[in-house]
Design a protein around this ligand. Structure first.
Ligand SMILES: Cc1cc2nc3c(=O)[nH]c(=O)nc-3n(C[C@H](O)[C@H](O)[C@H](O)COP(=O)(O)OP(=O)(O)OC[C@H]3O[C@@H](n4cnc5c(N)ncnc54)[C@H](O)[C@@H]3O)c2cc1C
Length: 472
C-alpha cells in the first residue's frame, strides 16, 4: 500500500471544518436523515444556501426505534474516529450525551478480551461514548437541524430529476398525501444530491432505469444474529469497575455459539448487553434464553445480566456485508454522490458504520474543497471514498472471509494464507505487547489505515512475541 493512501486516510480522519468557504450550491438535497445523511448535511451546510434532508420517518422526538433504522435498538459503539470527527464538526455532542446520562469510557474502564484473555493496555487514552443509538442520533440530529440553513422534509424520495447530464432535483412523496401506493409525486429542485438511504437504497436501480450505469454490488455472505437486551445496573462490579466489556470467542471456546458478547453502561444507569452468533447460532429470543447463554460466558456476563430487565430481548439478523462500486461505473450523472451504508455496510460487530459515515462526510468536504469539476460525475469523490471503504472492508470483510474459509476448509491462494497468518499473529501479539496493541487498536478504531499493521518495525515487535517465528 502506498504511503500516500495511508496519509490520505489520516487526513480524512483528522479533517477540520473549513472557515469561510465559498457557497457552491443554491439547494443541496440529502435523501435519508440518519447518521450518514445528517453528517453529509453538516458538511453541505458550509457549501449550500439551503440544505434539505428528505426523511420518511417522524424524527421530531427521540424514538427507541423507527422504521427506517430498525438497528437502533442494537448496541452501537461509536469508534474513536467517528467520535472525534463528530466532536470537531458538531462540538458538544459528547458533553450533552454525558449530561443526559451517557458516559465517556477511557481504557481504565474497558475490558477487551479474546477467549477471556484480556488485551494488553495500549497506553493511549482513547475514549468511547457509551450511549444508546437513539440518544446519539437525536443529539446529532438536533445539532445539524439547528443550523440556520438546514431543514427536514418528511417525505420519501422516489427518484431523481436530471438536466445536462447532471442531477437537477429529487422526486418524492409525502405521507398522508393521497392513498398509500397512489401518492402524488412532487419534486424539489436541487443542484447537489446525496444518497444516504442506507443499505437498501434504491439509487442504483433508479440510475439503471434512467439510462446510467448501475454500480456493481459486491456481497460477502456472513449471516450475523444479534440479540440485545437492557438491564438495570445495580451491580457495580467493584473489583473491575468497568463500563464497557467486549469479549470475542474463537470456535474452540465453549461459548454456546456466541462469537461476540458486549456490554456497555448507557444512560439511565443501564447495561446494554449484546450477544452475537454466526450462521445458525441465534443467541436467545427470551430473557431466560439470553441469561442461559450468558451463563456459559465469563462470569462477568452473568453478573451484568443479574439486574432487573429494563427492555426485553430484541433480535436482528443481517445476511451479508455489501458494497457498491461507484468507481467502476462509467456513466453517472454529475452532482450526485452516495454515502454511508448505501455505499458499504459491514458486519456490524466491527462497529464501523457510523465512523465510516463520518469519514465519507470528510471525503465530501475534501471533494467540495478541491474539485473544479462539479459539472462532471463525482468520480474524484468516489475515489476518495473508496480509500475509506477499502480500509473498513479489509478489516471486517477480510476477517469474515478468513473465518468462513476456515470453517469450510476452503483452499485459498498461498499469498492470502500468508497474509491471514500474519494478521492472526498481530492479533495474538496485541494481547501481550502494548505497541502492537496500540497499532491494532488504531486500525480497529478507524484512526489509522490497516496497511500500517504491516510496517517492518511493528512486524518485528510481533516476531518478538512469537519467539522470532513471526511474520515477515
Ligand atoms: C445490528 C446492527 C448493529 C450496528 N452496530 C454498529 C456499531 O456498533 N457502530 C457503528 O458505528 N455502526 C453500527 N451499525 C451500522 C450503523 O447502524 C449504520 O452504519 C449507521 O446508521 C449509518 O447508516 P446510514 O445513515 O447510512 O443508514 P441508516 O442508518 O440505515 O439510515 C438510512 C435512512 O434513510 C432513510 N430512507 C430510506 N429510504 C428512503 C427514501 N426512499 N427516501 C428518503 N429517506 C429514506 C431511512 O428512513 C433512514 O433514516 C450497526 C448496524 C446494525 C444493523
Amino acid at each position: 500500500m502506498s504511503e500516500s493512501v495511508v496519509a490520505l486516510f489520516e487526513s480524512l480522519v483528522g479533517a477540520e471544518p473549513p472557515h469561510e468557504v465559498p457557497v457552491l450550491f443554491d439547494t443541496a438535497c440529502v435523501m435519508g436523515g440518519s447518521i450518514a445523511g445528517l453528517l453529509a448535511a453538516r458538511v453541505l451546510s458550509d457549501r449550500a444556501r439551503k440544505v434539505v434532508i428528505i426523511e420518511p420517518d417522524d424524527t421530531s422526538a427521540q424514538a427507541e426505534s423507527r422504521a427506517g433504522a430498525p438497528q437502533g435498538r442494537q448496541v452501537h459503539t461509536l469508534l474513536p474516529a467517528g467520535r472525534l470527527w463528530i466532536e470537531r464538526w458538531l462540538p458538544g455532542v459528547s458533553q450533552e450525551a454525558q449530561d443526559r446520562g451517557a458516559s465517556l469510557v477511557g481504557p481504565d474502564k474497558q475490558f477487551v478480551g479474546y477467549d477471556h484473555v484480556r488485551q494488553a493496555p495500549d497506553g493511549v487514552d482513547h475514549q468511547f461514548l457509551a450511549v444508546g443509538r437513539p440518544l446519539l442520533e437525536s443529539l446529532v440530529r438536533a445539532r445539524v437541524t439547528a443550523l440556520p440553513n438546514v431543514s427536514v422534509l418528511r417525505a420519501q424520495a422516489t427518484g431523481l430529476l436530471y438536466g445536462d447530464d447532471a442531477v437537477a432535483g429529487v422526486r418524492f412523496t409525502v405521507p398522508g398525501d393521497g392513498d398509500q401506493g397512489k401518492r402524488a409525486e412532487r419534486s424539489l429542485a436541487a443542484d447537489f444530491v446525496v444518497d444516504a438511504m442506507g443499505r437498501s437504497s434504491r439509487l442504483s436501480h433508479w440510475l439503471g432505469q434512467d439510462g446510467y450505469d448501475e454500480p456493481r454490488l459486491e456481497r460477502l455472505e456472513s449471516p450475523v444474529n444479534y440479540a440485545t437486551a437492557l438491564f438495570e445496573r445495580p451491580v457495580k462490579l467493584p473489583e473491575l469497575d468497568v463500563a464497557t466489556v467486549l469479549q470475542l470467542f474463537t470456535p474452540q471456546y465453549p461459548s454456546g455459539g456466541v462469537s461476540v458478547a458486549a456490554a456497555t453502561v448507557i444512560e439511565g444507569q443501564q447495561w446494554l448487553v449484546m450477544l452475537m452468533g454466526y450462521g445458525d447460532n441465534r443467541p436467545g429470543r427470551t430473557i431466560d434464553e439470553f441469561r442461559a447463554h450468558c451463563a456459559a460466558l465469563p462470569a462477568i456476563f452473568s453478573d451484568i445480566t443479574s439486574g432487573g430487565v429494563t427492555r426485553d430481548v430484541v433480535t436482528y439478523r443481517q445476511a451479508d456485508s455489501r458494497r457498491r462500486h461507484f468507481t467502476e461505473a462509467g456513466h453517472l450523472p454529475a452532482r450526485l454522490i452516495s454515502t454511508g451504508d448505501a455505499v458499504a455496510s459491514f458486519n456490524p460487530v466491527y462497529g464501523q458504520g457510523m465512523s465510516s459515515a463520518a469519514l465519507h462526510a470528510s471525503c465530501l468536504a475534501s471533494y467540495l474543497g478541491s474539485s473544479s469539476e462539479l459539472d462532471k460525475a463525482a468520480t474524484e469523490f468516489f475515489h476518495l471514498q473508496q480509500v475509506v471503504v477499502d480500509a473498513a472492508w479489509a478489516v471486517s470483510a477480510g476477517g469474515d472471509a478468513a473465518r468462513i474459509d476456515a470453517e469450510n476448509g476452503t483452499e485459498v491462494p498461498e499469498e492470502v494464507r500468508q497474509q491471514r497468518r500474519i494478521v492472526q499473529q498481530i492479533a495474538g501479539a496485541a494481547l501481550v505487547d502494548p505497541e502492537v496493541s496500540r497499532a491494532f487498536n488504531n486500525v480497529s478504531y478507524m484512526l489509522r489505515h490497516p496497511s500500517t499493521l504491516f510496517e517492518p518495525q511493528l512486524l518485528q515487535a510481533v516476531a518478538a512475541t512469537t519467539g522470532g517465528a513471526a511474520a515477515s
